[in-house]
Design a protein around this ligand. Sequence first.
Ligand SMILES: [Mg+2]
Length: 389
Amino acid sequence: MNKIIDIHTLTVQLPTRREHKWTGLTEPIGRYVLVKLTDSDGHVGWGEAPALKDWGGEFGRYFGESPAIAELVIERYLKPAIVGIEVGNFGALHERMDAAIKGYPYAKAAVEFAAYDLAGRALGVPVHRLLGGAVRRRIPVTHSLGLIGMEEAVREARSVVDEGIRTIKIKVGQDPRRDIAIVKAIRAEVGPAIDLCVDANEGYKTPGEAIRTLREMELQGLKYAEQPVMGIEGLAAVARAIDTPVMADESAWNAHDVIQIIERRAAQIVSIYTTKPGGLYRAMEVAAVARAAGLICNVNGSVETGVGNLANLQLAACAPAVVLSCVIPVSTPAAQQHGQLGGIYYRDDLLVEGMRLIDGCIELPDGPGMGIDVDLAKVAKYQIQGAVA
Ligand SMILES: [Mg+2]
């Protein structure tokens, strides 16, 4: 049986199409750690840690991970723990990683994505087969409008709707008056058939402020209100007071968090990441807990490069609780970009072939492993000096 014999890390920085910001973010997106795993038969798998120091759990419950931290954790603690593991044994992989160091789900997720990619390529099957099979082949894309000016936001909303996008997420949580006005302006531009959602990234100061603001926004029709305030108790207060379903994101990192959300009736929707719980294997657990309680989910992320985004697609295809459109990029190399904006956050990507937006959806790739090969020339082009030599 083939075994994992080598693990290599490097840091890349992709050029962004425009600044993409949300409440609390102070570092640019796109500077992420890549992991390359090699097995004893020479197969290779790739993973990514889209780690951001500003992205953590509430009340210090989960810490931010910067690229430098993720790289250090992988090199110093995870690498010695996982060399020698049988390819395809994800249970053992997680057990060994968790025994090596507590926490650091983004570092662990990067290693685990590479292990899934490697196993799929070694076995000649797509990762979605390893996750239990795809329950949907076309993943509808939610286009995320960061904290940008009103005119730019309205213009971009128009463009992406014209390209086929059917769901738009608007980043809010800074100033209630601005937030209400931007939702109104975008609704006026795109009409009633487009789903609009708002994500405050815990930005409202109190549940009361969130409730007053969301009640105004609800008049425009909202699909859901994502993480209006910090904390499961705060979410529960908002969820009781408004008609729009509340989505937990910062409050929902792993299966245990979702159990607390269910107990407190804090949200009707859970935003699942491949990274917050520490990888696909754990993300499927989160989805199973949500499904057992009748919660629905989307797949959300940190504006990954194509490498990490392929893992997002696999999860979005396989988890039966994931019925909503997903905030995943349409990862596209520069040569295949022709001025479109829908799901495009970077001017280039690390995959040899782009994900195409068709009727507002991404088709699940069917190639072995994660489904699309990594472009080694692009990896070399965008590699920057990492923190760990
Ligand atoms: Mg969010």
